[in-house]
Design a protein. Sequence first.
Length: 256
Amino acid sequence: MPCFSAPSSQSNNSAQPHIKGDFIMPQNEKSALHKGHRQRLKQRFLSDGLDQFEPHNVLEILLFFGIPQKDTNPIAHELINTFGSLSAAFDAPFEELLKIKGMTENAAVLMKMVPAIFRRYELDKLDQSAVLKNSRDIGQYIKPFFKGKINEEFYVICLDNTCKVMSCKKLFEGTITSAQISVRKIVETALSCNCANVIVAHNHPQGLAIPSHADICVTNDIYKALKTCEIRLLDHLIVSPSDYVSLMEGGYFSPG
């Protein structure tokens, strides 16, 4: 009886690479496929914008520029799944972004730059000598300063006697829930600006635009201190990620 030896696994694999199991795409074809997908997604953005993109697609195309030669779609999905939304992914701490499988340092830096660039873009478009006649004017003016901020910040806006902005300065920054305020420094800032009126504003980055008892007390302290210098406190705005509230309109104090 003839005797046949079984072919070795090495010779079998080289002779019949695709007879059984999953099809294995050559690396050069895989790279070409990714390159074509990236180009198509870029062209889609250039022709239609981002309005029709799913949240993960927005991240996917952004990650192209921080993760070259790699499929960023799974990373984009993982970002949404981990943090819950597109905005939450951008607001996530740098260290948490790096924990995502496949994330690179460059891509994480790029993601942290997006809210900061958007804030600078909106601030650059502001009329630096705007006239703030009411809470709506104030809200539209001050909101961009708080875009993407994760800690409480306190701003002082100095205005002339026609309510035209003379300066807008960040005086204090605190934690995610509070910031220490110096009434004396607010008064010094107003005096150095030689202004007639002042508006103050701070944010509640993780909460609602509802004044706390401390917010109301510090507003009245600022009002009284400025009044002794013949400077009017026109308003105090509290800004949340989705809204803002005027303490003057809420009846918590009345400009003198």
